[in-house]
Ligand binder design. Structure first.
Ligand code: NDP
Length: 300
């Protein structure tokens, strides 16, 4: 058996296209342009790449993009004052503070200073609580992207057995909440889980968010299961030349693709969905702030 490869790149392009259409409609019918403010503190190279890419996609979707770059030694109070200004700014509907923050800053305090209505990353404690209690929330982008792919593939997820490997606040826990919200029977596995292969083997849906290259093996997977690989790991690739590297997921793709019914590749699977869902969240936030109906299928 050979798995269907889920094309996250194509699906993400479709989502971005739908967001773009809705943005055009908002402009034409209500004269509103959604705006996303991204705040970057310091000069972490990976963060700079992410922020540039977010800005480019925001503009391509027809939204306004506001970038705020602050030096690494910015006092926390200054960042909090900027967030307060963005909270009050009617042109800004989404605020994202790029993580990680420099060590002298209290990440939780910064995130919780963002207005929950504009918290497009879904990390504010109120949104975390709303998601956990089944209320309307802003949902973290990566798990939202995974949920969209699963719904697209299966339609109704009700009753399916799902294992989420990883219990981080940004991926594992919200992923488990979303699957529970769609009536899956959810198991959350982590570094202390006993017999992880046996736990994975029972699942119809496996979401791997571990950060360990190719850890989940094909023989762990139930035949026909759907495998969503969130991991992004850079490993040496001597076959490409000296000092070269390549990206792999948390799943051993080659062996898993022989057993699974469907699987996301790395790269080109979950990764592109994250930015698409950031745009979707910005649109959703804008509609909610203005009391307008939300476009269907772009949120949980
Ligand atoms: P964290 O490091 O915050 O969490 C990793 C989780 O994996 C922890 O809960 C940990 O368990 C668990 N874990 C570690 N080792 C094992 C093991 N041997 N067996 C079972 N569980 C284990 O990572 P994140 O959630 O932030 O990210 C996970 C991966 O997803 C990373 O590769 C990251 O790069 C990627 N990622 C991809 C995104 C995308 O857009 N595609 C976005 C965000 C992340 P414990 O809690 O017990 O320590």
């Amino acid at each position: 058996m050979s798995a269907r490869i889920i094309d996250g790149k194509a699906f993400a392009a479709e989502i971005r296209g739908r967001v773009g259409e809705e943005v055009a409609r908002l402009k034409a019918e209500h004269g509103i342009t959604p705006g996303l403010a991204v705040v970057l503190v310091g000069e972490d190279p990976a963060s700079q790449v992410y922020v540039r890419s977010k800005g480019r996609h925001t503009i391509e979707a027809g939204m306004n993009s506001y970038e705020h770059k602050l030096p690494a030694d910015t006092p926390e109070a200054e960042l909090l004052a900027l967030i307060e200004r963005l909270n009050e700014d009617p042109a800004v509907h989404g605020i994202l503070v790029q993580l990680p923050l420099p060590g002298h800053m209290d990440e939780a305090a910064v995130i919780n200073a963002i207005s929950p209505a504009k918290d497009v990353d879904g990390f504010h404690i109120l949104n975390v609580g709303r998601l956990a209690t089944g209320q309307k929330a802003m949902v973290p982008c990566t798990p939202l992207g995974c949920l969209m792919m699963l719904r697209d593939l299966h339609g109704d997820l009700s009753g399916m057995g799902a294992v989420v490997i990883g219990r981080s606040n940004i991926v594992g826990k919200p992923m488990a909440q979303l699957l529970l919200g769609d009536s899956c029977t959810v198991t959350i596995a982590h570094s202390r889980t006993r017999d992880l292969p046996g736990v994975v083997k029972r699942a119809d849906i496996v979401v791997a968010a571990v950060g360990r290259p190719e850890m989940v093996k094909g023989e762990w997977i139930k035949p026909g299961a759907t495998v969503i690989d969130v991991g992004i790991n850079r490993i040496p690739a001597p076959e490409k030349g000296e000092g070269k590297t390549r990206l792999v997921g948390d799943v051993d793709f080659e062996s898993a693709a022989k057993v699974a019914g469907a699987i996301t590749p790395v790269p080109g699977g979950v990764g592109p969905m994250t930015i698409a869902c950031l745009l979707a969240n910005t649109l959703t936030a804008c509609c909610r702030i203005h009391g307008l109906p939300e476009p269907e299928g772009l949120t949980a």
